[in-house]
Design a protein around this ligand. Sequence first.
Ligand SMILES: Nc1ncnc2c1ncn2[C@@H]1O[C@H](COP(=O)(O)OP(=O)(O)O)[C@@H](O)[C@H]1O
Ligand SMILES: [Mg+2]
Length: 272
Amino acid sequence: MAAGKAGGVVTAALEVRDLHLTFNPGQINEARALQGVDLTVERGQFVVILGSNGAGKSTLMNAIAGVHQPDSGSVHLDGNDLTGVADHRRARHIGRVFQDPMAGTAGTLTIEENLVLAERRNGRRRLRVPRGAEHHRELLSQLGMGLEDRLSTRVDTLSGGQRQAMAVLMAIQADPSLLMLDEHTAALDPAAAERVLDVTTRLASQTHITTLMITHNMSHAIELGDRTVMMHRGRVLFDLDAEERAGLTLPDLIDRFRQLAADELSDRTALT
Ligand SMILES: Nc1ncnc2c1ncn2[C@@H]1O[C@H](COP(=O)(O)OP(=O)(O)O)[C@@H](O)[C@H]1O
Ligand SMILES: [Mg+2]
């Protein structure tokens, strides 16, 4: 098990324990978004999260980032209890990329200015000499999109795929303890989505950054990363490690989901 130690206790990178979160409690529009989520992620692991609309995937990320405070349960990052810690204080340790290609980069700034911004976000690198154009060209060449020759191009002239690839690169440049990607390729055309996913998995594995990635794509969910977590109705329905995923086909995954979701539904009906 790849784990660090804090005060003699072995800790995972991320530990989510029995997280509950209800929106608009007691109201007609009450939504029990998280109903006891447990999730342990080892350092450097890449976890793909899957689940139907409203399953609680984005809420889980928002609760981890501190955007929404849970009703109960806890979130530990690198052994530190984040319960009650404000989102802006967590931001240095958590990188996020969302669906909207406009959100992760500053459009009116150049490619290089965006990279400098990302480096400044990293507390550890702030004291060092600013990185030069050569370093930035090297970083950008990893994207395989020719952006290394366009350092002074404004980012709002790039395609959605190029912007998302930059957003991923910048999130990783800030060297967070955890990277969370919420359907970050969903707004792109299929070819651009594939390129951004390729960049994402390549950079994440090179840098060994602990990553959670939400996707709607079932094949991506079993092919990419190290683990597949299926969420359903505010809970983790199943969690497959590399061994359990090996040889698993798409129909197997769908069958598994149907079976477990049906069991869960009948359990709940039996309880009421
Ligand atoms: N800010 C919010 N206010 C009220 N209800 C919300 C809010 N965010 C999410 N919800 C509700 O919580 C549930 C889970 O939503 P969400 O986490 O966005 O699901 P997913 O990302 O899996 O599609 C849904 O019923 C949704 O309508
Ligand atoms: Mg969502």
